[in-house]
Unconditional design. Structure first.
Length: 164
């Protein structure tokens, strides 16, 4: 398995992986809710490649995508030091070091880009996700109460961050 930056040619596989990961019901979009085409994903990758403080990392093995990590930068000068992180790992690749390798690549890139803060949100009942983030040095900073409405009930999320 190796980690690399996404290219527009990865768009088809990335769209499929995102849809698969959303089946976990731990993502912002519910299963089948996101309607993104391969062409839209290609453009999104191209736009992010041009931004200094944004990147898409993918974990790949034998031409198959196992996971992705989006580092979404911010434009205002006062928040340019910070990126919002979205990570997804294929179900069959979980607990095999994919997340650790994606976060390791993210941190190396972030330091090179002079990024100081990595942040994300995670549903409070996503124990595997929380364990990964804590393992990678992230800390819970607070709780977004009733942040999401899923399957007829409100779900809390943690604000989680790591300073580099």
């Amino acid at each position: 398995m190796f980690i690399r930056l996404a290219e527009p040619s990865d768009a088809g596989k990335l769209v499929s992986l995102i849809a698969e990961v959303e089946q976990s019901n731990f993502m912002l979009f519910g299963p089948g809710e996101r309607k993104i085409t391969v062409e839209q994903q290609e453009k999104h990758i191209e736009v992010m490649k041009r931004q200094e403080t944004s990147a898409i990392f993918i974990a790949e093995e034998e031409a198959r995508l196992l996971g992705y990590l989006f580092a979404i930068g911010k434009n205002p000068a006062r928040t340019k030091h910070s990126v919002y992180v979205v990570i997804g790992i294929a179900e069959q690749a979980r607990e095999k070091g994919v997340g650790t390798k994606l976060f390791t690549a993210l941190e190396k890139w972030a330091i090179e880009q002079e990024i100081h803060r990595l942040e994300l949100t995670v549903m409070t009942h996503n124990e595997a996700g929380i364990a990964l983030y804590k393992k990678m040095g992230f800390e819970i900073e607070g709780t977004k109460r009733h942040s999401l409405w899923i399957d007829g009930k409100y779900i809390d999320e943690y604000y989680i961050a790591k300073l580099l």
